[in-house]
Write a protein that binds this ligand. Structure first.
Ligand code: ADP
Ligand code: G6P
Length: 480
C-alpha cells in the first residue's frame, strides 16, 4: 500500500536526556501540533530530527531513542552539534526566519551556514531515499527544508512531492535581497504542488519565481523544463473537535483536583477580567509591544486597574539564538517594570509564565479567559487564535487579533488591530471588555462555524487531493 511520507525539521516529539535517562515531550509550534492529528490518522511515516544532537547519544541510548521514535511511526534524521549550530540556529533561524518575517535588521547571511543548510537538506534527502517505495507521496514542510523537493526530484523524478510553507513568503522586494535566492526558489519548485497559508504569500512567491527565475507563470501554474508546477493557498486549520470536546469536558468535571483551574476561577468574576496571550517566545509575536500597549491601556483607562489582568504565557523557543535571549531579557524587564508601576496588594496586572504547559492546563487557560489578545507583528498563520475560538463552548469571549497574522484573513469577526498602534490596541481592548454577551456570541458563532468546517483534517485532505490532481495532470502530459 502506498504511503505518505511527512518530512519536517522537527518531529512531533522531542527527546532530551536527564540523569542518563530519556525524556520525551511533545513538540510545540503550529507545524507539529497541527500535523500531529494528520499523521495519527494516516498510514504514513514522519521523518525529522528528534531534537537531540547525535553526540549526546551513546549506542544504548541511540537504540532506545530509535525504538521510541518508531513507536510513533517516525524516523529520525541524525544531526550533529555543528549541524544544529549552523543549519538550525544559523541559516534557518538567523537568515530565513527573520527575512521571511520582514525582520531585515535581524538577518545574518553567512556562507558557512549556507553550506551547512545544503549539507543538512542533503542528509534529509538520504533518509527519505532509504525509506521511500515506488508510488509513495512525499510531503515536505517549512523553511528549514526549502532545497529538499529538488533534491528528491533529482533522484526520483517520478515521485509526487508536495511542499507546504508554514511561515509567510515575503514580498519580492524583501526576498530579492537574499544572496541565495535562485537556489532557494529552484529547490522549492522541485515540488509538484506548493502550498501557502494565504493568497498573498502565494502571490509573493509567484512574483519572485517570475522575476528571479524568469519562468513562465500562468495564473497559479509554473512551467519549468518539461514540468508543470501548481501553487495554491490552503489556510491551515486545527483539530477543532479535540479542542471543543476537551473544553466541554473541563467545564463539566469537578474542580477539586484541578488546582490551576481553581486558582484561575478565583480571579474571574463579573468585574474581574482575564486577558490571555499565548505564544512561543519569539520576536515575531510582538510580546514587548503587547506589554507596552497594555501599559498604555491602563494609563488611558485607569478604571480597569484592579479589574483586568493579562495572563501571558510564553513557551521557551530557540534559546541559543542571541535575538531570542535578548527578547527574553527585554520581556522580563518590561513585566517587572509594569507590575512594579501598577501592582497593589490585591492585584498584579501581568501574570507571566515562561514555560510549556500541558494540554489540560492550556485548555483551562483558554476556557477561563474573557479575552484572547493575539497580536503578532508578523505571523504565517497563528493557530492559538483558532484554538481559543474552538474552546469557547458557550460562544462567549472576544478574540483580538493582529491584522499581520495569516489567520486574520479568515477571522473577520474577531476585533482586528494593527499591533503597532497603541491607540488601536487600547480602544479595542476596552471594546472587548465592554462587549455585550449577544455581540460576543454572534461573532464567536460565525468563527466557530468556519473553523469547525475547515479543520486540519479537511486542510490536509484538500492539499493531498490537489497533489493527486497534479499527479494525474503530470501523467497526462507524459502520455502526450
Ligand atoms: P507558532 O507555530 O509560530 O509557534 P502557532 O500559534 O501557529 O505559532 O502555534 C503554536 C502552537 O503551540 C499551538 O498549537 C499552541 O497550543 C502551542 N503552544 C504555544 N504555547 C504553548 C505553551 N506554553 N505550552 C504548550 N503549548 C503551547
Ligand atoms: C514554527 C515553525 C516550525 C517550527 C516551530 C517551532 O511553527 O513554522 O517549523 O517547528 O515554529 O520552532 P522550533 O525551532 O522549536 O522547531
Amino acid at each position: 500500500m502506498n504511503k505518505t511520507i511527512i518530512v519536517s525539521n522537527r518531529l512531533p516529539l522531542q527527546v532530551s536526556i536527564k540523569n542518563n535517562s530519556l525524556k520525551i515531550i511533545p513538540s510545540v509550534g503550529g507545524l507539529a501540533t497541527g500535523m500531529k492529528s494528520v499523521h495519527a490518522e494516516g498510514n504514513g511515516i514522519w521523518i525529522g530530527w528528534s531534537g537531540i544532537p547525535e553526540e549526546e547519544l551513546d549506542s544504548a541510548l541511540s537504540k532506545e531513542v530509535a525504538q521510541e521514535i518508531q513507536k510513533e511511526k517516525c524516523v529520525s534524521v541524525p544531526l550533529s552539534i555543528k549541524d544544529i549550530e549552523e543549519y538550525y540556529e544559523g541559516f534557518s533561524n538567523k537568515a530565513l526566519w527573520p527575512l521571511f518575517h520582514y525582520f531585515m535588521e535581524y538577518t545574518e547571511f553567512k556562507e558557512q551556514e549556507w553550506e551547512a543548510y545544503k549539507r543538512v537538506n542533503q542528509k534529509f534527502a538520504e533518509v527519505i531515499l532509504e525509506n521511500i517505495e515506488d508510488g509513495d507521496t512525499v510531503w515536505v514542510h517549512d523553511y528549514q527544508l526549502l532545497l529538499l523537493p529538488q533534491l528528491i526530484k533529482d533522484k526520483k523524478p517520478n515521485t509526487t512531492i508536495g511542499f507546504f510553507l508554514h511561515i509567510p513568503f515575503p514580498s519580492y522586494e524583501i526576498f530579492r535581497t537574499f544572496p541565495w535566492r535562485k537556489e532557494i526558489l529552484t529547490g522549492m519548485i522541485g515540488a509538484d504542488l506548493l502550498g501557502f497559508h494565504t493568497y498573498d504569500y502565494e502571490r509573493h512567491f509567484l512574483s519572485s519565481v517570475k522575476r528571479i527565475l524568469r519562468l513562465e507563470v500562468n495564473f497559479n501554474q509554473i512551467s519549468y523544463q518539461d514540468r508543470l508546477i501548481m501553487v495554491d493557498s490552503f489556510p491551515m486549520g486545527i483539530d477543532y473537535d479535540k479542542f471543543y470536546n476537551a473544553a466541554l469536558e473541563h467545564s463539566s468535571t469537578p474542580q477539586e483536583n484541578r488546582e490551576f483551574y481553581q486558582r484561575l476561577q478565583e480571579h474571574t468574576s463579573e468585574d474581574k477580567k482575564l486577558i490571555l496571550s499565548i505564544d512561543r517566545m519569539d520576536y515575531t509575536k510582538g510580546i514587548p509591544n503587547r506589554i507596552k500597549a497594555f501599559e498604555y491601556f491602563l494609563d488611558k483607562f485607569p478604571e480597569y486597574k484592579e479589574k483586568a489582568r493579562l495572563v501571558m504565557l510564553a513557551v521557551p523557543s530557540r534559546s541559543n539564538v542571541p535575538q531570542y535571549q535578548k527578547l527574553k531579557r527585554e520581556t522580563d524587564e518590561l513585566v517587572g517594570r509594569i507590575n512594579g508601576k501598577f501592582a497593589t496588594v490585591s492585584w498584579t496586572p501581568i501574570w507571566y509564565f515562561y514555560r510549556a504547559l500541558s494540554f489540560d492546563d492550556l485548555i483551562d487557560l483558554y476556557i477561563s479567559s474573557d479575552v484572547a489578545l493575539i497580536t503578532p507583528i508578523r505571523d504565517g498563520m497563528n493557530l492559538v487564535a483558532k484554538e481559543y475560538v474552538a474552546t469557547r463552548t458557550k460562544s462567549d469571549g472576544v478574540l483580538i487579533l493582529s491584522e499581520m497574522a495569516g489567520a486574520s484573513k479568515e477571522m473577520n469577526e474577531a476585533l482586528l488591530i494593527n499591533p503597532n498602534s497603541f491607540e488601536d490596541f487600547a480602544d479595542n481592548l476596552k471594546r472587548a471588555l465592554c462587549m455585550p454577551l449577544d455581540e460576543q456570541q454572534k461573532r464567536m458563532k460565525f468563527l466557530q462555524k468556519r473553523l469547525k468546517r475547515y479543520n486540519v483534517e479537511k486542510w490536509a485532505k484538500e492539499f493531498l487531493a490537489s497533489l493527486e490532481t497534479t499527479k494525474q495532470l503530470k501523467g497526462a502530459i507524459i502520455a502526450k
